[in-house]
Design a protein. Structure first.
Length: 94
């Protein structure tokens, strides 16, 4: 839905929007299928894929979400405390 709204706001042609939505929608099932195929191929591969996925989430949270949240000074200390708790949880899992 967000992708469709972004295409509508950006005035992307319907033909291009439909093709991009189909590619985006097929990426998850394709990734799941590849994961099942590679799961038994090498025991190191699932760890590598998990590291790539975790790194992606950490990058997005560090570069996009945290910067945007801390630009608003309301509840600054509460946000910082929750941020530290999140870091401690990650370190604890490590």
């Amino acid at each position: 839905m967000t992708l469709g709204i972004s295409f509508a706001k950006g005035k992307v042609e319907k033909k291009h929007a439909y093709s991009m939505i189909i590619i985006f929608g097929s990426a998850s099932p394709l990734g799941i299928a590849l994961g099942w195929i590679f799961l038994n191929a090498n025991p190191l591969l699932p760890g590598i894929f998990m590291a790539i996925a975790c790194g992606t989430f950490l990058y997005i949270s560090s570069a996009e979400i945290i910067v945007e949240e801390f630009s608003v000074s309301k509840y600054k200390w509460l946000k910082f405390g929750c941020y530290l708790i999140g870091i401690l949880l990650i370190v604890g899992l490590w």
